[in-house]
Design a protein around this ligand. Structure first.
Ligand SMILES: Cc1cc2nc3c(=O)[nH]c(=O)nc-3n(C[C@H](O)[C@H](O)[C@H](O)COP(=O)(O)O)c2cc1C
Length: 606
């Protein structure tokens, strides 16, 4: 991994783009589109510019490093499942029964010495160039502005290194940073995250908090930064375990934080616990803008870098994106750790269009009544898994969780109202659907039971056109309809509406059709296509708060429309992240992207 570009050329079909391109919208839009394609490639932009600020940057921008599963696996140098097995073996380590057992155990323990990061006494390659405070200018870095309505430019692949007030704990977290000025950055560590917890310690003590933000180096650092390790465990231990080689750290120049010697750029500075500034909006990985909110500010003391640094960045927005592949590896590697809390868990899957924390499917062996419900509560109570909004548990006889069609059939053929649990808990700071921030509805479905054995004798299936026509007689706001999974016991009817009032009223009006509807899903017509099941899952999982938006009479109904005062919702409802049409047209005309109407609709680009 010494020369990342060479490595990406040989292992990942790196695409090099020499055309001068703007860090505002152009570069991010190309990366956004590339990673949605099958066999997408990492991209190196050699001539980033900023037309508005009249800047030609001296360093290239590298994007989509985790472009697909194959590259991701190569970055790890082994299959994520193999790492999971390694972790499982460590967790289950037993005293050896015989001589060979002792030898195996000794070699495993010997290898463990490689997990601990090593603190070096000398400087690192990341410190070849040192820019003193007086000359710090964040405008020299090709920081991207991804979306038209972003509040500015954001560092999106920053490895944020912090330590606890007493210095006993170190943390690496990946948090975005908004460029506020030439010398200050907005520090977007959300309240549930480890660095935010350290920040509280500094605030209580009234002390400035040192922070070093690294960019680049071994891409595994980036993955480790987003890995949801428990509080107090330094993510670079996981780096050592995976690489079987200690992370080599050097001290920052102006503070006591240690950072990897071989990253490309390090931004060192302090966060003043008394200073907050509005951060955002930012088009986030939910596919929505996160709204403006006050976040801490980092004052930059110095920037250090390699002689020829590379600036790494990612784009977040509507799925699928690079975080799909990072998330896939995380999901695999964390299975054994999850099993320590839920031993009968066989597997789990967080589909990318559920943006990870909005939907989880889990396969388990049930041993007693209420077992699946017990696991729901366990999930909702453990670390970052507690952000999960919708959890569906299936039995050990269920098909592959990634087989979307088969698993949906399995669930719908077992869905009974009495096995649905709706409760409340903490939710991701990015969630926009609940009436207040940070807490909201949770939906758990226990589909571990036997299938339903007979169809509802009162159910009368109707064609889409006929059902739509009958519905429109009852309520003219319904403009489109598509039924899914009509060969199961619980077909899903998706309707698109031109919403003017609470959907409670609409659901009540549809009572006369209750014999032809089992599960009704309502979405807004202006932002959804009822034929696009991929984006519908994304929309519904994002847009609902289960404790407010799920109804059980006269049928199961899910109101996935945008909410407003008519729903008793008084927060601001965020916009979708949409591409800039002029930018897309310009890039298409230059042959830098190649997309058509179907692609635009499939991924909700405009
Ligand atoms: C592309 C990407 C961007 C992210 N941006 C943020 C962010 O701005 N703020 C945040 O709190 N978490 C963000 N995360 C999630 C954190 O990296 C993740 O929750 C991580 O486990 C936090 O580490 P910690 O538990 O040590 O705080 C991001 C993850 C990815 C993959």
């Amino acid at each position: 991994m010494k020369d990342i570009i060479e490595w990406l050329k040989q292992n990942a079909n790196l695409k090099i783009i020499d055309e001068p391109l703007d860090v505002e919208l152009e570069i991010p839009h190309i990366a956004y589109i590339e990673v949605k394609k099958p066999n997408s490639r990492p991209l190196l932009f050699t001539k980033p510019i900023n037309r508005a600020k009249k800047i030609e940057y001296t360093m290239p921008v590298l994007m989509n490093i985790f472009a697909n599963k194959q590259v991701t696996q190569k970055i790890f140098n082994k299959a994520p499942d193999a790492i999971a097995t390694q972790i499982e073996e460590l967790l289950k380590m037993k005293p050896p029964a015989n001589f060979m057992g002792k030898v195996t155990l000794a070699s495993k323990l010997f290898n463990l010495k490689n997990i601990f990061p090593k603190k070096l006494k000398h400087r690192g390659e990341a410190q070849e160039v040192i820019i003193p405070k007086a000359k710090v200018d964040l405008d020299t870095l090709p920081i991207l502005k991804t979306w038209s309505e972003d509040g500015g430019a954001f560092i999106t692949m920053g490895q944020v290194y912090t330590s606890s007030l007493d210095g006993t704990m170190q943390n690496l977290g990946m948090y975005r940073l908004q460029q506020h000025s030439k010398t200050t950055l907005g520090m977007h560590w959300q309240i549930h995250k480890d660095a935010s917890s350290f920040f509280d310690q500094y605030r209580e003590a009234g002390k400035m908090m040192p922070v070093s933000v690294a960019i680049g180096g071994d891409p595994l650092y980036i993955w480790c930064g987003q890995a949801p390790l428990p509080y107090g465990i330094f993510e670079l231990l996981l780096y050592g375990l995976i690489r079987n080689r200690n992370a080599q750290l050097v001290k920052s120049i102006t503070n006591e934080i240690y950072i990897p010697r071989d990253v490309d750029i390090v931004i060192e500075g302090f966060v003043d616990p008394n200073k907050m500034k509005i951060e955002g909006p930012f088009g986030d990985h939910t596919g929505y803008y996160t709204l403006k909110e006050p976040y801490p500010v980092m004052e930059v003391e110095t920037i250090t870098m390699r002689k020829n640094p590379i600036f790494q960045a990612t784009v977040v927005g509507k799925p699928p994106l690079e975080d799909k592949y990072m998330g896939w590896a995380t999901e695999r590697i964390f299975l054994p750790l999850l099993k320590t809390t839920a031993p009968e868990l066989i597997d789990y899957y967080m589909p990318e269009n559920g943006v990870f924390h909005n939907l989880i499917l889990a396969k388990m062996k049930t041993r007693y009544k209420g077992h699946a419900k017990q696991f729901m509560h366990a999930f909702w109570g453990v670390g970052q898994m507690s952000f999960v909004k919708h959890a569906i548990f299936v039995g050990e006889d269920a098909p592959l969780l990634e087989d979307h069609h088969a698993i949906t059939r399995y669930i719908l053929n077992r869905l009974r109202v009495e096995n649905i649990l709706i409760t409340q808990g903490i939710i991701d700071a990015l969630d926009h659907s609940s009436n207040e921030t940070l807490v909201g509805g949770k939906l758990g479905i226990d589909a571990t039971h036997e299938p339903l054995n007979e169809k509802d004798p009162h159910y009368v299936g109707l064609d889409d056109m006929i059902l739509l026509a009958k519905m429109r007689v009852l309520d003219g706001s319904i403009v489109a309809l598509k039924q899914y999974m009509t060969d199961t016991f619980n077909p899903i009817t998706v309707i698109a509406v031109e919403k003017k009032s609470s959907q409670k009223e609409l659901i009540a009006k549809l009572q006369p059709l209750s014999h032809s509807i089992k599960i009704l899903v309502i979405v807004d017509a202006h932002t959804n296509l009822v034929e696009n099941d991929y984006m519908l899952v994304w929309r519904v999982a994002n847009n609902i708060d289960a404790s407010r938006d799920i109804y059980f009479h006269p049928f199961i109904a899910i109101d996935a429309t945008n909410k407003s005062e008519v729903d008793g919702f008084y927060r601001e409802w965020p916009k979708d992240t949409l591409c800039d049409k002029d930018t897309l047209d310009r890039l298409q005309a230059k042959g830098l992207i190649d997309i058509n109407e179907a692609f635009i609709n499939r991924f909700g680009l405009l």
